[in-house]
Write a protein that binds this ligand. Structure first.
Ligand SMILES: Cc1ncc(C[n+]2csc(CCOP(=O)(O)OP(=O)(O)O)c2C)c(N)n1
Ligand SMILES: [Mg+2]
Length: 903
């Protein structure tokens, strides 16, 4: 009752007495000051509690609308026309899903989500969402994934989609490239959807970081986003995902008053009630308020206002407050009499209050989320909130499946219902008052027709005028070069080509230097977005704090403890680094915001998200998948990579498998470089590929290691850059010897490979050629494509996969060594022709110990490479088996253990 004037909705039974209390308070403040007043109030609250006068905690208000009737603004639209438009959209959304399932049993789609949220969207489309046809950044809308049919239905009404398009909902392969995707997928509909949302929770967290990124662009003077809002629509069930609510405090901390969450509280999720025994709206109010958000509850429709005004004893309010969601859901499916008996019935004062209402009246007392004026009031308040410094959450109470009839509305199974029979379709038509538009004659069988008002109709004119006034149709994904970038100068990269001389450095250090060079590049530099989740010191990237500065919307209000040091912790309003704190999910959301800025804003930005590689793909893999769907561009840098290279940290830290997980993500270019010049080449080509003349919507994953060694000079072969990008190249010739072998290395495993080649030559008369395998994924994908071509062109000369061509230039057994699991090199195992191929890798869980001990344990060190090569030579009869046995004892290798995989 403390907030937002909601107390004004309750009748004052004794205004004189109220005034006396208020006057007393004023007197206390005047005479004794605010501290005394606060003390007295606290004592009063304490006393009230002791006397069992329940008083809500300050994070929640009674179960009534936040905006009282008398504060509702004038509604500027034509409610009747908008209702008609909404009816058309509702109809087409349902028709589309029903038709799709008629055509293909089991194809799916959702009726009930949009049915519950149609008004939540339409109020936005008609009055708030700003398009970008005027060349500005516009608003950014995260649509609830399962509401997609409604968004398509609106695009149909606007003439953006045809009936034929709607008939290709969920049939993307029937007309390649022109189907309507099940959910918002920019990858599949790159000119329509902007933001993927359907994996619960990812939309909300992405929206928060997106709103923050808009401010980042503004504070860094890269784009004027001052008028852009981010609207995120989400389900009440979706709020159970940690990603949904986990970043709320960032939004308030960063004063993101450009952000609005609209939570569709239909009280149901997929299986049943969201909080049968509680009240999700109250729970969410407390969470959002506690996190510093502005909360607007839209619970009751207008007809309840009259009842509330009569509630002199507070019995209605008490009933509203104490009825649990499970009961409210029941009331949606029961008739008016049931409501009278059970909601109003037990208390004679309540029963009396509705005595004048018929059962029909009672069953149609609507919820706030279906009351257009209440919604308008809430949205307007949210829109006017810009400047307040607080993000807004609008919590709207709705009925799941609203208007779809008694078999679907509010039923526990409603989420999954995709079909309607002829009778249900007719009932929907009647319910939406579309009898003129869709006469009985059009309702033959159970395939509902679509309906679109003619271009001359008032509805069409109205709807188009509204969108024109608001900057054009939404959603629309356009790639515009509003502020194009210029590629960095070549010299930025060439510094790493010369090697490190006598100095031992890591690829991480090489990368940090490169990142600094990139950020210093006169034209390109400002587009670099370094993102770090509280690991900069681990990676030696704290050296960038001072130079690039950490983005802090509030600047730096304190002098840091290390202010007198060269590399002090420097925060600034125009800082470049997004130091995210310990949130890989949030960092990925920032990566997506920055990586899609080329399309969302027409301002290409180049994110470099550097993280502990163990806490990348396996921790936030779904967000990385979403990045691919979003068509994000940029670089994911998996630092402290390698199961044995990161020593000491043990089981939960040592990553030997992110390359496998990365390999499963389409459009993710995966590299495991060994040397600084390889890192530089991959980043150079990556930038060109993603941001050059013919940009491609891909992103890169590179491993970075923390082991120091002398970085070699880049080989001078003319094709070296392309060789590195292709995934495999000869790194060193072998010294002549009697037997031949080929060793492939990647990442930090180059050391074992190089030592093994020396050893094999020195002691076993084996000449081993060394090849750097920068990307097994790239090799595999090329081979798979070639293989397919051969299969489909049986009469033509078969093509040879690139990896096979390259390995055909080598001799002897092929042994691959990696600090990752064996399945990484195994990706090319099928393409080595008649040769033998043995991968050595780090399958199993990590351990805390030294690098040497770990490499021995995982059997990826020099002795194991040597023994593997010798074993293969013995198998082919080139050397005697006793040579292998001698080598095993020479290196003291344990032979009777199960190995790291089972240890
Ligand atoms: C991460 C994830 N888990 C599960 C699902 C499957 N799923 C799709 S919709 C849904 C229920 C959604 O309920 P709610 O958020 O309340 O949305 P409503 O349809 O009620 O508006 C579930 C569990 C999903 N899409 N994403
Ligand atoms: Mg729900």
């Amino acid at each position: 009752m403390l907030f937002d004037g909601s107390v004004h909705q309750l009748p004052d039974t004794d205004p004189d007495e109220t005034q006396e209390w208020l006057d007393s308070l004023d007197a206390v403040i005047d005479v004794h000051g605010k501290v005394r007043a606060r003390y007295l109030l606290s004592r009063l609250l304490e006393k009230a509690q002791q006397s069992q006068v329940s008083f809500p905690a300050t994070v929640s208000t009674p179960y009534v609308n936040t905006i009282p009737r008398e504060h509702e603004p004038w509604f500027p639209g034509d409610e009747h026309i908008e209702r008609r438009i909404r009816a058309f959209i509702r109809w087409n959304a349902a028709a589309m899903v029903v038709r799709a399932n008629k055509h293909a049993e089991g194809i799916g789609g959702h009726l009930s989500t949009f049915a519950s949220s149609a008004s939540l969207y339409e109020i936005g489309f008609n009055h708030f969402f700003r398009g970008k046809d005027d060349g500005n950044a516009g608003d950014h809308i995260y649509f609830q994934g399962h509401a997609a049919p409604g968004i398509y239905a609106r695009a149909f009404l606007e003439g953006r989609l045809s009936e034929n398009d709607l008939d290709h909902f969920r049939r993307e392969l029937a007309r390649p490239g022109q189907g309507l995707s099940s959910y918002p997928h920019p990858r599949l509909m790159p000119e329509f959807w902007e933001h993927p949302t359907v994996s619960m929770g990812l939309g909300p967290i992405s929206a928060i970081y997106h709103a923050r990124f808009n401010r980042y662009l503004m504070n860094r003077q890269l784009d004027d986003t001052s008028n852009s809002r981010v609207w995120a629509y989400l389900g009440d069930g979706e709020t159970d995902e940690p990603e949904t609510l986990g970043a709320l405090s960032l939004a308030s901390r960063e004063h993101l008053d450009n952000l609005v969450f609209v939570v569709n509280c239909n009280l149901q999720r997929l299986d049943g009630p969201v909080r049968g025994n509680g009240k999700i709206i109250q729970e969410l109010e407390a969470v959002f308020r506690g996190a510093g958000w502005n909360v607007i509850k839209v619970i009751w429709g207008s007809k309840w206002d009259n009842l509330l005004a009569q509630d002199k004893d507070g019995v209605l309010l008490n009933q509203m407050n104490s009825t649990v969601d499970g009961e409210f859901q029941r009331y949606t499916i029961e008739d008016g009499n049931y409501i009278r008996e059970n909601f109003f019935g037990p208390d004679p004062r309540l029963r009396q209050m509705v005595a004048h209402l018929s059962d029909d009246d009672l069953s149609t007392l609507p919820r706030g989320g279906h009351d257009y004026r209440k919604l308008y009031a809430a949205y307007r308040a949210a829109a006017q909130n810009l400047g307040s410094g607080r993000p807004t959450a609008i919590l709207c109470k709705t009925v799941k499946g609203w208007t779809l009839g008694p078999d679907i509305e509010g039923r526990n199974a409603t989420h999954q219902i995709k079909k309607m029979n002829a009778e249900q379709i007719r009932a929907l038509r009647d319910r939406l008052h579309l009898n003129d538009e869709i006469p009985d004659s059009a309702l033959v069988g159970d395939v509902p027709p679509y309906f679109r008002p003619s271009e001359g109709s008032v509805e069409y004119q109205y709807l188009m005028e509204r969108r024109r006034a608001l900057g054009g149709s939404i959603p629309k994904r356009i790639v515009r070069a509003r502020r194009p970038l210029e590629l960095p100068a070549d010299t930025v990269f060439s510094e790493l080509d010369g090697g490190s001389g006598e100095q031992s450095v890591s690829t991480t250090m090489g990368f940090t230097r490169l990142l600094r060079n990139l950020a210093r590049d006169e034209k390109f530099g400002s587009r670099v977005v370094p993102i770090i989740p509280d690991e900069a010191r681990t990676f030696g990237m704290d050296s960038l704090f001072r130079e690039l500065k950490i983005y802090a919307s509030q600047g730096q209000k304190y002098e840091p403890v290390d202010h007198d040091m060269l590399l002090s912790y420097t925060e600034s309003t125009d800082g470049q680094i997004l130091e995210e704190g310990i949130t890989e999910a949030g960092s990925m959301a920032s990566f997506i915001a920055a990586g899609t800025s080329y399309a969302v804003h027409g301002v290409p930005m180049v994110p470099f998200y550097t993280f502990y590689s163990m806490f990348g793909f396996q921790r936030v893999g779904d967000l990385i998948w979403q990045a691919a769907d979003s068509r994000a561009r940029g670089f994911l840098m998996g630092a402290t990579a390698g199961r044995t290279t990161l020593l000491g940290e043990g089981l939960q830290h040592q990553d030997g498998h992110s390359l496998v997980l990365a390999g499963t993500i389409p459009f993710c270019q995966v590299y495991d470089p060994s040397f600084a010049y390889e890192v530089a080449t991959i980043i150079k080509h990556g930038i060109e590929r993603m941001y050059g003349d013919k940009p491609e919507d891909v992103f890169y994953y590179l491993t970075l290691y923390n082991e120091n060694y002398q970085m070699p000079v880049r080989p001078s072969t003319p094709t070296i850059e392309q060789d590195i990008m292709n995934g495999l190249y000869k790194w060193s010739e072998a010294k002549p010897a009697q037997h031949k072998a080929t060793i492939l290395f990647s990442g930090s495993a180059h050391a074992a490979a190089r030592a093994a080649a020396e050893e094999l030559h020195a002691h076993f008369d084996v000449s081993a050629e060394l090849w750097s395998a920068t990307s097994y994924k790239t090799l595999r994908e090329e081979a798979v494509v070639t293989e397919r071509w051969n299969r489909l062109h049986p009469t033509e000369t078969p093509r040879v996969p690139r990896v096979t061509q390259l390995l055909n230039q080598t001799s002897g057994p092929i042994v691959a060594v990696t600090d990752f699991v064996r399945s990484v090199p195994e990706q090319i195992g099928r393409y080595v022709g008649a040769r033998t191929f043995t991968p050595l890798g780090t399958d199993g869980m990590g351990r805390s110990d030294t690098r040497e001990a770990l490499r021995d344990h995982f059997e990826v060190d020099m002795p194991h490479v040597v023994v593997t090569v010798l074993h293969e030579l013995a198998l082919s009869g080139q050397i005697d088996k006793s040579v292998v046995a001698d080598a095993i004892s020479r290196y003291g290798i344990q032979t009777e253990t199960l190995g790291a995989l089972y240890a």
